[in-house]
Design a protein around this ligand. Structure first.
Ligand code: ADP
Ligand code: ADP
Length: 233
């Protein structure tokens, strides 16, 4: 059951002498429930591939399908719908709104989704509880540690129950204890059947995923199973 499919995807930035081929014919099938880590040196195309997978950018060549649908056939409002309903995003810099409480930050995707106030409150509270932060619901980001902020961001990513989680260096700003807390939550999401694609440059983080892809100069140069799924609870 293929959820995400890249077929010979190309991404070209710039024109003339400043042209950059960020992706050079990348093909990839991501199956439902798979947990994938993408590694590779700086400039190898990791962010570019994430931006394509998340429908934040349109590839300049090839085909990208989500659940079999070619995203090139979707209008902008349909793309926005895919981003809001099917995908949860997690970023290295957390990207929480500084003036809003943890609770309000987690409710935001539901506000955009048109969910009513009472249901919003309850679903966000449940998401915060799942990441172990029920007691911090009324704190604003600067009152929380980095690890706690990333757990709030994770609650925000999953509050809409998206099938796919895309995470760009989610542990890049965290110490080892907070990294482990966040990776334990990813394990729970994987056990729950979510499809996860995570960028990381740390080997021990990548080994927590089921499958590791290595990008180099815009191409996938390695693709292997880790066996992590055998040990997951
Ligand atoms: P990584 O995430 O692996 O560090 P990126 O996907 O950010 O790599 O970048 C891949 C290549 O594309 C790099 O050479 C980068 O400089 C270039 N690039 C990325 N985004 C842009 C952009 N918006 N405009 C021009 N070049 C870009
Ligand atoms: P990362 O830490 O993910 O490798 P980068 O520093 O490579 O991030 O890039 C961050 C963002 O900046 C990218 O997603 C891309 O959109 C943009 N970018 C990267 N390289 C360039 C570039 N040469 N020109 C313009 N924008 C770029």
């Amino acid at each position: 059951d293929v959820v995400l499919r890249l077929e010979q995807v190309e991404q070209v930035y710039g024109t003339g002498e400043s042209v950059v081929h960020a992706l050079k014919g990348v093909s990839l099938d991501v199956h439902r429930g798979e947990y994938i880590a993408i590694m590779g040196p700086s400039g190898s195309g990791k962010s570019t591939i994430m931006n394509v997978l998340g429908c934040l950018d349109v590839a300049s060549g090839g085909v990208y399908r989500i659940d079999g649908v070619d995203v090139a056939d979707l209008a902008e409002n349909e793309l926005a719908h895919v981003r809001n309903r099917k995908i949860g995003f997690v970023f290295q810099a957390f990207n929480l709104i500084p003036k809003m409480t943890a609770q309000a930050n987690v409710e935001l995707p539901l506000v955009y989704g048109g969910v009513g106030r009472a249901e919003r409150h309850e679903r966000a509270a449940r998401a915060l509880e799942r990441v172990g932060l029920a007691q911090r619901a009324d704190h604003i980001p600067q009152q929380l540690s980095g690890g706690q902020q990333q757990r709030v961001a994770l609650a925000r990513a999953v509050v809409t129950e998206p099938a796919i989680i895309l995470a760009d260096e989610p542990t890049g700003n965290l110490d080892s204890v907070a990294t482990n807390d966040v990776l334990d939550l990813f394990d729970e999401l994987a056990v729950g059947g979510r499809t996860i694609v995570m960028i990381t440059h740390e080997d021990d983080v990548a080994e927590r995923a089921d499958r590791v892809l290595v990008l180099c100069d815009g191409r996938i140069v390695a693709d292997r199973a880790t066996g992590a799924d055998m040990h997951r609870a």
